[in-house]
Design a binder for this molecule. Structure first.
Ligand SMILES: *[C@@H]1O[C@H](CO)[C@@H](O)[C@H](O)[C@H]1NC(C)=O
Ligand SMILES: *[C@@H]1O[C@H](CO)[C@@H](O)[C@H](O)[C@H]1NC(C)=O
Ligand SMILES: *[C@@H]1O[C@H](CO)[C@@H](O)[C@H](O)[C@H]1NC(C)=O
Ligand SMILES: *[C@@H]1O[C@H](CO)[C@@H](O)[C@H](O)[C@H]1NC(C)=O
Ligand SMILES: *[C@@H]1O[C@H](CO)[C@@H](O)[C@H](O)[C@H]1NC(C)=O
Ligand SMILES: [Cu+2]
Length: 501
């Protein structure tokens, strides 16, 4: 690395460190100046609140108007037009993000971008609506109290209604955070890829949200996964669902372990970038799949309440804390009141697919982008590199073509690619390959010492999927099928289980 860049990074980290002591905020931008990449830390002066570190705000202490823009009558009219709930001829099925078809993901991306590009209202339609979450009155109604659930349910519907005005069939998928939490390296999840919500290591540059801009001086859309905070686990969800009253899972009364708002705050912080700060969080489109998930949990919670004989539509806690959460306070969303948030009207026609689940006898990990971890009895997200490897293999299968150099280097014949059985693909004749592997060894796999191979000797490779799993376990780097095959050759050299071939 260029030493100047290194020094810059050290400076940035130092700034961040110092800033955390003095409780100042810095926002990191990277920009290209005279063809050189420069990383800049800008001090942000604001009363913005970090998730999980919220000082109680009251109406008497608004956030200095920094995050307010005046609403024109056209703005108000458009926002008002979004405040309705679905009916029986407008049923919404919200799936797990990884369960969407390619077309559904594409439609969602287009709808978001059509809103972002639509400047017939102030800012643009996406940002104007996202900004509702930031306006001081709404912010005070939405956070740090039992109305957290109801407020975000209505807000989510408004965004979904807006998206559906652009693409009729779109619903907001839920991001089952627990599928990522169960991974060894959650930042490698397929979610953080251009086909889904975009990258997680700084400015988002590729995919539907590449180079999105946010408001109020916060610049490029950015994420810094895993810096602080944590993801929601399946156990967190089970804890929440073990309770039976709204007041037991929300502020101000709920303990942290059962507190859905606090647990969700940790996810905001884990994502970092805009998501970390309440007033700008909704500018990141991952905000909506995250809230679709908390809403999905609340839906399940309310169904359980009904089964236990508790009426969720009259379960607003008596001890609600701040006055902005009192049942007859306005929600600051049209004329909706806080108490309206727990009514059934909003989600009566909103359905969620069951949260993906698997065990020894049942596999409900029903997507190409997740798999069952039987030992944990959990569905678990696939990583970007796993998907990439599988992609390449399926392309090869489809093309039904074998590169000549591979044929020459030992594939029995081209038929092996078109056979149904995975293990057919492993027909490799050793004699010729071992010769090549010595070279391969150094070119591609110098990282793997003999010891690290030895440590994995117990792995049984019988199908091509075993190979993928083993391979992605050993390396996280970008690869292609040729490398994968060379890797197989490498394994051969170490006398890996070959008998069955
Ligand atoms: C932030 O506040 C400091 C001290 O109040 C001031 O000197 C600085 O100019 C402000 N920066 C911006 C970008 O407003
Ligand atoms: C149901 O909702 C759709 C979409 O908002 C609306 O066009 C339609 O008039 C509604 N139908 C009824 C019966 O309310
Ligand atoms: C939105 O605008 C950008 C920039 O002009 C353009 O590249 C993109 O195709 C537009 N998106 C849609 C969905 O119209
Ligand atoms: C696995 O889950 C299914 C579906 O919930 C359930 O019917 C079955 O009993 C479970 N099996 C085991 C071994 O726990
Ligand atoms: C997998 O293949 C699809 C379709 O060809 C492509 O759009 C996608 O980007 C690929 N994903 C990865 C992670 O390589
Ligand atoms: Cu919020």
């Amino acid at each position: 690395m260029d030493t100047r860049i290194l020094i810059l990074w050290i400076t940035v980290y130092l700034c961040l460190f110092v800033s955390s002591i003095q409780s100042k905020s810095f926002f990191i931008h990277s920009s290209v100046v005279n063809g050189k990449k420069k990383i800049v830390a800008t001090e942000v002066n604001s009363t913005a609140s970090s998730f999980g570190n919220t000082r109680p705000k009251t109406a008497a202490e608004p956030n200095s108007g920094k995050f307010e823009i005046p609403l024109s009558s056209a703005d108000q009219e458009w926002l008002g037009s979004l405040l309705y709930h679905p009916n029986e001829s407008d049923i919404r099925l919200r799936k797990e993000y990884r369960q969407l078809s390619e077309k559904e993901r594409g439609d969602l991306n287009v709808a978001f971008n059509l809103l972002k590009n639509d400047t017939s209202v102030s800012l643009n339609k996406y940002d104007l609506l996202a900004n509702i979450h930031a306006r001081s009155s709404a912010n005070a109604n939405a956070h740090q109290g039992p109305n957290f659930m109801g407020w975000h349910r209505v807000f989510l519907l408004m965004m979904e209604n807006a998206l559906r005005k652009k693409v009729k069939t779109v619903t907001i998928p839920y991001w089952d955070v627990t599928l990522d939490e169960a991974m060894d390296k959650p930042y490698s999840s397929i979610i953080w890829s251009p086909d889904f919500i975009g990258s997680g290591d700084g400015v988002i540059k590729k995919g539907a949200f590449g180079h999105w801009q946010t408001q109020f001086g916060y610049g490029n859309l950015m994420r810094f996964l895993g810096g602080q905070g944590k993801l929601m686990s399946k156990e967190n969800v089970e804890d929440i669902l073990s309770k039976s009253r709204l007041g037991e899972i929300t502020n101000p009364a709920a303990e942290k372990k059962f507190n859905i708002e606090e647990i969700h705050n940790d996810v905001h912080v884990w994502i970092g970038g805009q998501m970390k700060t309440i007033e700008i969080a909704a500018f990141d489109p991952i905000f909506y799949p995250l809230h679709s998930f908390t809403d999905c949990i609340w839906t399940e919670f309310r169904e359980q309440q009904k089964a236990k004989g508790i009426d969720p539509t009259s379960d607003y806690p008596e001890f609600y804390g701040r006055s902005t959460h009192s049942p007859f306070a306005p929600m600051s969303l049209g004329s909706v009141m806080v108490i309206d948030g727990i009514s059934d009207i909003w989600n009566q026609y909103v359905q969620y697919t069951p949260r993906p689940f698997c065990n020894e006898t049942y596999n409900g990990c029903n997507s190409l982008y997740m798999k069952c971890d039987i030992s944990k009895r959990k569905c678990i997200s696939k990583s970007r590199s796993e998907v990439e490897i599988e992609n390449q293999s399926s392309k090869l299968k489809k093309d039904d073509k074998v590169p000549t150099d591979l044929v020459n280097s030992g594939f029995k014949n081209s038929e092996s690619f078109s056979k149904e059985s995975d293990s057919e693909m492993l027909y490799i004749s050793n004699r010729q390959l071992i010769k090549r592997s010595a070279v391969v060894n150094y070119r591609h796999f110098t990282k793997l010492s003999e010891n690290s191979i030895a440590a994995h000797k117990v792995v049984t490779i019988t199908t091509i999927s075993d190979v993928y799993q083993f391979y992605s376990y050993l390396t996280d780097s970008h690869t292609d099928l040729i490398n994968l095959l060379l890797f197989l050759i490498y394994l051969n050299q170490f006398h890996f289980k070959q008998e069955q071939y």
